[in-house]
Write a protein that binds this ligand. Structure first.
Ligand SMILES: C[S@@+](CC[C@H](N)C(=O)[O-])C[C@H]1O[C@@H](n2cnc3c(N)ncnc32)[C@H](O)[C@@H]1O
Length: 534
């Protein structure tokens, strides 16, 4: 394969970034915009060891899943990558991305549940982070960086941002033009609380004070009554970090307030808050379901942000401790707990790894650990410390399947089992995907090597109604809990289903000493009732 060669290839699958992978004589070419099953004439752009990049010259066979991108600047903007794909194909791509990562990197066999996708992923984003500049003709430009560059593409509307954010950007642009202050701006950050349609504007600027600053502020507030807060964030750094350290309140309150699942959350300029509120509720409900709380658990929520997941969980747990490195987010989290009258939570500002290590060293044990780290995943120290705390369940919320898979592997190799994997689409039209995973600590009963031979069991008529596997599947699907055959047998015996005492005795006496835990017994009884066996 040589650069500038024209070849014909058929797309077989996708890279993690949604590029089509077409194999030509077994050599994989990564092609932007090519869909699975499509045949195309391709121009080879770059050849590396073992793979290359190509671009479409002519589509010879088009997929039925191809669609016309709905955004005018899709081909230049780096924000979305999948607008040429139908929603169905997008769901396939994200599902496979999670499954491949877990299998290949994580060596994990767990079944990946069908992705919880959005029906209509338009106007879903509650946060716009928009570069601001002045072009070669002196015109104000607000938009997005051109892919792989720092050129700003001017944008009128972004179809995945909320209408309110688009309105705010348009008004800000007009204001910047009118008062001539665009040159002071680096970025405009717009946060929209969907629950009450209020907005925070964060002006990320180069100077603490600039001419016409107050005039611009007054004018914007007059035009946009939904703006409840304007924060000036000063960023004089030379790198790509968007927010600076220094902040001043120019107008209104320090926070805006959003409601999710009946809990009100205050959000400040620097705190992390999920960008898709509709799907965030789906995500958090999944995390809550995977935590399987009964009200008696001690929970640790690492990387807790403004305490969103912590407060969701706290309603069903004995106590939750949230750890987060950003001071403002922790202040918000504490205030959020107070505001919602939730007092059995503690929020601590610390590096997650450092704090988890201290807890582990002190011999602290917890029932459930939830982690929701940034893209790079958890440090090894965090994971090792979690293991020392011996939680029964770990719920891992991740926005990067590759680091998730790496961390799942680490945990699976050290006594945990990944039981459930649920992808959630929070980022329609982009190649990103969120995943929630449930891991269980393997307990002695999980290791009992029992072989249930139906001939060994003196089956009664009622017993024949459901097999051991059906009972296990029922409980796993409904509650995410694994039960052993021994426990099922013991519960059946308790209910007189098995009269003989020769049922499936474990081979050694230590295993025999295990008795069905009361919580599992309840679940088995529920299954027996479901199958009308009791
Ligand atoms: C993906 S967000 C999740 C936040 C929260 N769970 C939510 O859903 O809103 C990751 C959070 O981890 C925080 N973070 C990043 N590095 C950290 C570290 N080393 N220790 C603790 N928190 C960290 C970030 O500030 C951010 O709030």
């Amino acid at each position: 394969m040589k650069k500038n060669e024209i070849v014909v290839g058929v797309c077989e699958d996708y890279t993690n970034e949604g590029l089509g992978v077409a194999k030509v004589d077994g050599f994989p070419l990564f092609v932007k915009g090519l869909l699975r099953g499509e045949r195309a004439r391709l121009l080879v752009m770059k050849v590396k060891k073992g793979y290359g990049f190509a671009k479409i010259v002519e589509l010879l066979e088009e997929s039925g899943e191809r669609q016309k991108p709905f955004c005018k600047i899709y081909q230049w903007c780096g924000g979305c990558q999948l607008q040429h794909m139908s929603l169905k194909e997008q769901a396939y791509f994200k599902q496979q991305k999670v499954a491949h990562a877990l299998r290949r990197i994580g060596n994990c066999e767990a079944k990946v549940e069908p992705i919880l996708a959005m029906d209509a992923p338009y106007g879903y984003r509650n946060k716009g982070q928009i570069p601001v500049g002045v072009d070669a003709y002196g015109e104000v430009v607000c938009g997005f960086y051109r892919m792989n560059s720092h050129d700003i593409i001017d944008m009128e509307v972004c179809p995945i941002q909320s209408d309110l954010i688009n309105t705010c950007v348009a008004v800000m642009k007009e204001g910047l033009r009118r008062f001539g202050c665009a040159a002071y701006f680096r970025h405009l950050l717009v946060k929209h609380a969907f629950a009450n349609d209020t907005v925070m504007l964060v002006w990320i600027v180069r100077e603490r004070v600039f001419s016409q600053m107050q005039e611009l502020c007054d004018w914007v507030v007059g035009k946009l009554p939904m703006v409840k807060s304007i924060v000036l964030n000063v960023n004089q750094r030379k790198d790509n970090v968007i927010l600076g350290e220094e902040e001043f309140l120019l107008y209104g309150e320090q926070m805006i307030y959003d409601t999710l699942g009946g809990i009100e959350f205050g959000i400040s300029a620097k705190s992390f808050y999920q960008v898709n509120p509709v799907q965030t509720k789906v995500l958090y409900e999944q995390a809550l379901a995977f935590a399987q709380l009964s009200g008696s658990e001690e929970v640790l929520d690492l990387y807790c942000g403004v305490g969103t997941i912590s407060l969701f969980l706290a309603q069903h747990a004995k106590h939750v401790t949230g750890i987060e490195i950003v001071g403002d987010a922790i202040r918000n989290a504490k205030e959020n707990a107070r505001r919602n009258g939730i007092d059995h939570v503690d929020f601590i500002c610390s590096d997650a790894a450092q704090y988890a290590a201290v807890l582990a060293e002190r011999g602290k044990k917890v029932d459930v650990v939830v982690v929701d780290p940034p893209r790079k995943g958890c440090d090894e120290l965090t994971l090792a410390s979690i293991l020392q705390m011996e939680p029964k369940r770990i719920v891992y919320v991740s926005c990067d399947p590759a680091t998730l898979a790496r961390d799942v592997r680490y945990l699976e190799e050290r006594g945990y089992e990944c039981v459930r994997v649920q992808p959630v689409d929070m980022f329609g039209w982009s190649y990103h995907v969120e995943t929630v995973v449930q891991l269980f600590r393997k307990t002695p009963d999980a290791h009992i090597d029992l072989k249930i031979d139906m001939d060994e069991l003196d089956l009664t008529a009622s017993e024949a109604k459901a097999t051991y596997q059906e009972i296990k599947d029922y409980i796993l699907n409904k509650h995410g809990v694994k039960v052993s055959s021994l426990y099922i047998a013991q519960t059946k015996q308790k209910h007189g289903i098995i009269e003989r005492d020769c049922y499936n005795k474990p081979k050694n006496e230590q295993k025999k000493a295990l008795h069905c835990a009361p919580d599992k017994e309840k679940l088995i009884e529920e299954a027996l009732r479901h199958f009308k066996m009791i």
